[in-house]
Design a binder for this molecule. Structure first.
Ligand code: GAP
Length: 449
C-alpha cells in the first residue's frame, strides 16, 4: 500500500489534501492524472450503465436535500456507527471493527454485545496496548449544516440514492420509461466516518455511482439480481482487476435490514485484504413507501397495458467511485526486474489509461526534431489522450510514462527526418519497439487502442 500511495503522489494521481497545513482529516486531492482517471472511470460507468441501455435514464440531484427525506429514510434516527475511545492515548476506534479484528465476529449494530466483548475479552488498544476504554457510544454519521431560511438542521447527503427516490414521480411523469427501468446518478456523498483511512478506501467526502432499478413486485427478481452482480463484476474487470482478486460476500439473513431480501457485496483484494468495493441490495418497496407516507404524495406506477397501479420494488446496485479508483491503481501496479533494475509500471487497461500515447523528440535541442514531434503530437491528440515530453533522456522519459501507465510512446529521431518518415513506437508492457510509418500511425493506433 505504501508503494501505491507513494507512486500516486509522485506521479500526480492523488495528493494528501492541504499538505502545507499539515494535511486535513485524511482527505485527498486528485491530481492531473488522477482526475483524468476519475473522469474516465465515471464515463465508462455512465456509458455501460446509462447511455448504452434502453432501460436506464440519468439524473443529477442536489447534495443538500430536504431534511424530511432523511427522516423518512431512517438516516436521522439510525445512520449510526459505534465508537469507543482509549482513555490513555485518546485514540478513537470503530467498536465493531475492534471486535471483528479481535474475534472475527461481525457485531455491527449490537452495542451491548460489542461492549461485552471488548471489556470481557480484554481487547487492548491497538495504538498503545492499554486496556482503559470509554463506553461504546453511537454516533450519527451525517454532516450537519445550516441553510438560510430554514430553522431545522440540513444535512450533506450521506448517499446519492435519496434524490433518486424523490424524483421517481417526475421521471415517470415526464419520460417514456416503462417498468422495469432504472435511474443512475453520480455524485458526492458525505459521511462523518469515525475513523477514515486506508488511503482513499474510507473517506468522509467521497463519490458514488448509484442505480435504483424499479421492478414489478411480482417479478421473479432473482435472475435480475444475478445479472446486476455479473455486470458489477464485469465493470470491476474493466478497471483492470484480476478475476481471482474479486469475490462476492452475501450478507447473512439475520444481518439484513427488515426490508431487504438480499444484499451482496462485491469485494476486491486490496493490499490490506478483501474489502467491500461495490454493493447490490434488494430494497423491496421500502423507500418509495416511506417517502410517500412522509410527504403525503402518492408515489406509484401505473401500467397502462395491465391497467394496474403499484408501488415498484427496487434493486440497488451501488458503486463507490474512489474505491473503483483505488482498485484500478492497485490492479495496475507492477514491479518488474529489467536487467537487474526495478521497473515500476502501471498496467492500466487502455480505456482508462490517463495518457494513451506520449510523443517525444529524441533530443530537446534539435529544432527540427522538436518541430516534427510537435506535428505528430498535434495530429494524434485529435483522437487520443496524448502528452508531449522533451525533458531528460529517453530512458527517463520511458520510466516516467511507465509509472503514469501510458500504453505507447512515440519517438521522433533523425531517421524520421532524413531516412524513412517513420517513428519508433514502444509498447509499455512488452517494452518492444517497432518502426511505424508516419502516414500509417493513425491506423496503427486505431487497431491498438
Ligand atoms: N445507497 C446505498 C449505499 O450508500 P453503502 O454500502 O453504504 O450503500 C455504497 O455505500 C458504496 O459507497 C460502497 O460500496 C463503497 O464503495 C462506497 N462507500 C461507502 N462509504 C464510503 C467511504 N466512507 N469512503 C469511500 N467510499 C465509500
Amino acid at each position: 500500500m505504501e508503494k501505491i500511495v507513494s507512486l500516486a503522489k509522485r506521479r500526480g494521481f492523488v495528493y494528501p489534501a492541504c499538505e502545507i497545513y499539515g494535511g486535513f482529516a485524511n482527505s485527498y486531492t486528485y491530481g492531473p492524472y488522477g482526475v483524468e482517471l476519475k473522469n474516465l472511470i465515471k464515463n465508462l460507468w455512465w456509458k455501460m450503465f446509462v447511455k448504452d441501455r434502453d432501460d436506464m435514464v440519468g439524473m443529477d440531484g442536489p447534495i443538500l436535500l430536504h431534511p424530511k427525506l432523511w427522516e423518512a429514510s431512517g438516516h436521522t434516527e439510525g445512520f449510526n456507527d459505534a465508537m469507543i475511545d482509549c482513555k490513555k492515548c485518546k485514540h478513537r476506534f470503530r467498536a465493531d471493527h475492534l471486535v471483528e479484528e479481535a474475534t472475527g465476529q461481525d457485531l455491527e449494530g449490537d452495542i451491548e454485545g460489542m461492549e461485552k466483548i471488548i471489556k470481557k475479552e480484554l481487547v487492548k488498544c491497538p495504538n498503545c496496548d492499554a486496556f482503559d476504554w470509554t463506553d461504546v457510544r453511537t454516533f450519527n454519521m451525517m454532516f450537519k449544516t445550516q441553510m438560510n431560511g430554514y430553522e431545522e438542521d440540513v444535512y450533506l447527503r450521506p448517499e446519492t440514492a435519496g434524490a433518486i427516490f424523490t424524483e421517481f414521480k417526475n421521471i415517470v411523469d415526464t419520460m417514456r420509461v416503462k417498468i422495469p427501468f432504472g435511474i443512475g446518478q453520480i455524485g458526492k456523498a458525505f459521511r462523518n466516518e469515525i475513523v477514515a483511512g486506508n488511503f482513499i478506501f474510507r473517506l468522509r467526502e467521497f463519490e458514488q455511482m448509484e442505480i435504483e432499478y424499479f421492478i414489478h413486485p411480482k417479478t421473479k427478481w432473482e435472475p435480475l439480481f444475478q445479472n446486476w452482480l455479473d455486470l458489477q463484476e464485469e465493470f470491476t474487470l474493466r478497471l483492470g482487476a484480476k478475476k481471482e482478486d474479486i469475490r462476492r460476500y452475501e450478507h447473512p439473513a439475520e444481518k439484513l435490514s427488515h426490508y431487504s431480501q438480499k444484499t451482496v457485496d462485491i469485494e476486491y483484494k486490496y493490499p490490506f485484504g478483501f474489502q467491500e468495493l461495490f454493493g447490490l441490495a434488494h430494497r423491496s418497496d421500502f423507500d418509495l413507501t416511506a417517502h410517500a407516507k412522509a410527504s403525503g404524495e402518492k408515489i406509484e406506477y401505473f401500467d397502462p397495458v395491465e391497467k394496474e397501479k403499484f408501488v415498484p420494488h427496487i434493486l440497488e446496485p451501488t458503486f463507490g467511485l474512489d474505491r473503483a479508483i483505488l482498485t484500478a491503481l492497485c490492479s495496475a501496479y507492477n514491479e518488474e526486474d529489467v536487467d537487474g533494475e526495478k521497473r515500476i509500471v502501471m498496467k492500466f487497461p487502455n480505456e482508462i489509461a490517463p495518457v494513451q500515447i506520449a510523443v517525444f523528440p529524441l533530443l530537446k535541442n534539435k529544432e527540427q526534431l522538436v518541430d516534427k514531434a510537435k506535428e505528430v503530437y498535434a495530429e494524434l491528440r485529435e483522437n487520443y489522450r496524448c502528452e508531449f515530453d522533451d525533458n531528460g533522456n529517453i530512458g527517463k522519459r520511458y520510466r516516467r510514462q511507465d509509472e503514469i501507465g501510458t500504453p505507447y510512446c512515440v519517438t521522433v529521431d533523425f531517421d524520421t527526418l532524413e531516412k524513412d518518415e517513420s517513428v519508433t513506437v514502444r509498447d509499455r508492457d512488452s517494452m518492444k519497439q517497432e518502426r511505424v510509418k508516419l502516414d500509417e500511425l493513425d491506423k496503427y493506433f486505431e487497431s491498438k487502442l
